[in-house]
Design a protein around this ligand. Structure first.
Ligand SMILES: NC(=O)c1ccc[n+]([C@@H]2O[C@H](COP(=O)([O-])OP(=O)(O)OC[C@H]3O[C@@H](n4cnc5c(N)ncnc54)[C@H](O)[C@@H]3O)[C@@H](O)[C@H]2O)c1
Length: 361
């Protein structure tokens, strides 16, 4: 019987609880410590996770527990500091939430910290475990689309919420091929003040090294996904080839048209279904270095660089080569570029982006 890995989870909000409960439900893990600066949330979490060490200071909790896995699910403004604590705690793997960071300066710092420490890391792009996401991948890999030339993704929610997901699954559908350059545009500065600071709308092109073109748009100007009712899950991701296309809708199943005809099927993004395999593959990677987790940091970082390069292109114009050779604060660059600019939004997105009706301008 393999031993159980001890876990500390920091940030007991929505995603922290998802992680803690999924670790606890898996026989290969034991949640040994939890942390939140909000004592009410901390106590509520502790009541569901009996016998854990709890506290409001992540370094103290992690130092007391000495976990195998340090997991943090804080909002995007807290990343490098937690990576430092995870490494200091002696953990063998750090599991954290998307986005990787708010800018390439912090993203590169995290990359260097992890590389120097040798600690494994995973980033939670867990939608890919959905049966509908996997079905599209299976169709692409079967060759039924012929020669794939385009991968695409759209989402109505803003960049720091959803672009990280879109790019991750587009990269996956394209065999995790490296990107060579991107070119992007952005509009609207309303969401730069959000806890997930973002341009209201960002769109662009990605050139992958295998010749495949990525087309992506995220936020206010993104099109409706009329097949899906729930606004937060109006995301469409797919691939087109010489003989057809296949696409997934985050809350609306999948469909494909190939030489043999049209097919479709169900599937909805569901945390209860997506978290268990994500967590199990953490145990698999800890057990054996060869079982590299599909949501490994290196892959997430490649997607993060694409997102940051799109921001730079939106501010400076032109194409941006990848990998990035230097670092910057892309959100600050966008703040200078976009503050006071109002976005033109797709009607279905009015509730989130109509600043006039919200009394902001
Ligand atoms: N992968 C997904 O599908 C998915 C879905 C939703 C959110 N997310 C991401 O998950 C992250 C967290 O989102 P959420 O909705 O769970 O947020 P949340 O606000 O519900 O939870 C964050 C928690 O972190 C705590 N916190 C803040 N600073 C802390 C500190 N220094 N030490 C300890 N605790 C601290 C807060 O008190 C809060 O309880 C975000 O990055 C978000 O983008 C991912």
């Amino acid at each position: 019987m393999n031993r159980r890995y001890r876990v500390v989870v920091v940030g007991m909000g929505k995603r922290g609880m998802h992680h803690a409960l999924a670790f606890q439900a898996n026989g290969r893990f034991e949640v040994a410590g939890i942390c939140d600066i909000d004592p009410v949330r901390l106590d509520a979490a502790a009541a569901k996770l009996f016998g854990v060490v709890k506290g409001g200071n992540a370094l103290q909790v992690a130092s007391a527990v000495k976990p195998d896995v340090f997991c943090f699910c804080t909002l995007p403004d807290l990343r490098a500091e937690m990576i430092h604590i995870g490494i200091q705690s002696g953990a063998r793997l750090i599991a954290f939430e998307k986005p990787v960071a708010l800018n390439s300066r912090e993203g590169m710092e995290i990359k260097n910290l992890l590389a120097a420490s040798g600690v494994k890391a995973v980033v939670s792009h867990q939608h890919r475990y959905g049966e509908h996401y996997r079905k599209v991948k299976e169709i692409i890999d079967s060759g039924a689309l012929g020669c794939v030339h385009t991968v695409y993704g759209t989402a109505t929610a803003w960049m720091m919420h959803n672009l990280s997901h879109l790019i991750d699954y587009m990269r996956w559908y394209n065999g995790d091929t490296a990107a060579q350059w991107v070119m992007g545009q952005a509009a609207g500065g309303g969401k730069l003040a959000d806890a997930h600071p973002s341009p209201d709308y960002i769109a662009g092109f990605i050139q992958f090294a295998n010749g495949v073109r990525g087309v992506v748009e995220c936020g206010a100007g993104a099109p409706d996904v009329p097949e899906v009712d729930y606004w937060w899950r109006k995301c469409r991701i797919g691939a087109q080839g010489t003989e057809g296309f296949a696409e997934v809708l985050t809350a609306g199943g999948w469909r494909a048209v190939t030489k043999t005809g049209a097919t479709s099927g169900g599937g909805r993004m569901d945390y209860d279904l997506d978290m268990p395999p994500y967590i199990q593959q953490i145990a698999d990677w800890l057990d054996n270095d060869r079982n590299v987790h599909p949501c490994n940091f290196e892959s997430a970082y490649a997607g993060f660089e694409i997102m940051m390069a799109l921001c730079r292109s939106a501010v400076n114009g032109g194409q941006v080569s990848l990998p990035l050779a230097d670092t910057a604060d892309e959100i600050e660059m966008l703040r200078v570029h976009l503050t006071g600019h109002r976005v033109l939004f797709t009607p279905v997105n009015a509730k989130e982006y109509d600043q006039q009706s919200m009394g902001i301008v």
